[in-house]
Design a protein around this ligand. Structure first.
Ligand code: NDP
Length: 328
């Protein structure tokens, strides 16, 4: 056993600190599959973990990073053998279990899925947890019975990771997509992904009325707070909004009016402990439906060595689309 390169988050009286270090392989946590990590990503939650801005990390020392793609090195799990290409999202990786920002990871085989057919490891991480969550949100809207025939779909945090993938997926499914962004200079980018309309997010940032003019039948919200409250108040009769994020805040200053007067539904989306069958469904659908040229257009690749430097940018809303981390 040797060491491998990793980002390690430690904690002392001054708070938490993330730094590159050589991690002792003997210190890897329990798991029946050891993976050589080839690619990871930078999600909003990874930004929180690295900067320590929210208590994402629950164990110290921690290797942060909530998702990876890689190749199995050793396995005692019946579904996986050395050489298999695999993907991991969530299950506490980077929070309670040593995560993705290391050259090696040891995890439960039950947490892994095979690299979806038709995707490279780099593409799987261009999608990453943000993209897979966008797909879970689309599936939630469809399970609710909504379709493009019901009216437009709004996407908040449009130029971010979840938002960018959500636009591409909804547009592909035939929705008229209204993209809400604070970066209207990215209108060309958002239209390229499939947005039919781009609105300034300030339209959703004002005082929340119990009910406002009906504008959309469906939505995918990664912002939360006042934005989500306004989105709900503008949702058409019997529409639904899938809520997955808190980039604008954890609160929800809404009223019951949209629910009891318009029959609007708020659909919660969690990617971390989502059961495996639904994960497999989401990844298979993404491999089938996500336009690879659009995926490439929303993706920036950085080397592993830059992750700590770039982490604050995602919290500042400066990252456009998705970031792939090439582990080298
Ligand atoms: P990004 O930072 O890539 O995207 C968030 C976007 O939200 C930004 O790009 C920006 O879009 C907008 N935004 C940022 N700050 C504010 C603000 N203060 N007010 C209004 N809008 C804001 O993050 P991700 O796409 O990776 O994640 C988005 C959210 O979804 C995060 O909160 C994340 O934790 C959550 N998430 C939840 C998951 C789950 O399992 N439920 C899984 C994955 C993500 P623009 O510039 O276009 O306005």
């Amino acid at each position: 056993m040797g060491t491998f390169k990793a980002i390690v988050v430690t904690k002392d009286d001054g708070g938490t600190r993330a730094a590159y270090a050589d991690f002792d392989e003997a210190e890897l946590m329990d798991g029946d599959v050891t993976v050589r990590v080839t690619h990871s990503t930078l999600n909003y939650k990874d930004g929180l973990a690295i900067t320590g801005r929210a208590p994402v990390v629950r164990r110290f020392p921690m290797i942060p990073g909530i998702d990876f793609a890689g190749t199995v090195e050793e396995s005692r799990h019946p579904d996986f053998a050395p050489g298999d290409a695999v993907v991991l999202n969530g299950w506490g990786a980077g929070e309670t279990h040593l995560g993705a920002y290391g050259e090696k990871a040891r995890v439960k085989g039950d947490w892994l899925i095979p690299l979806p057919q038709g995707l490279t490891a780099a593409e799987a991480m261009a999608i990453g947890t943000a993209g897979y969550t966008a797909m879970l949100a689309v599936l939630a809207l469809e399970r609710h019975g909504l379709s493009p025939a019901d009216g437009p779909a709004v996407v908040t945090g449009a130029a971010g990771g979840v938002g960018s993938v959500a636009i591409a997926l909804l547009a592909k499914a035939g929705w008229h997509v209204v993209a809400s962004t604070g970066r209207t200079q990215e209108t060309g980018y958002l239209e390229g992904l499939g947005a039919a309309e781009v609105i300034d997010r300030s339209e959703l940032a004002g005082p929340v009325r119990p009910l406002a003019k009906e504008r959309w039948s469906a939505g995918i919200d990664s912002v939360g707070s006042t934005t989500l409250a306004n989105v709900l108040s503008m949702t058409r009769y019997h529409g639904a909004i899938a809520a997955c994020g808190l980039a604008g805040g954890m609160d929800l200053p809404s009223s019951v009016a949209p629910f009891i007067l318009r029959g609007v539904a708020l659909l919660g989306v969690d990617s971390v402990y989502c059961p495996k069958p639904r994960r497999l469904e989401a990844w298979a659908r993404m491999a089938r439906d996500l336009d690879r040229a659009k995926l490439a257009a929303m993706t920036t690749t950085i080397p592993f060595e830059r992750v700590i430097d770039v982490a604050p940018d995602i919290l500042a809303g400066k990252v456009r689309g998705r970031i792939v981390v090439d582990m080298g």
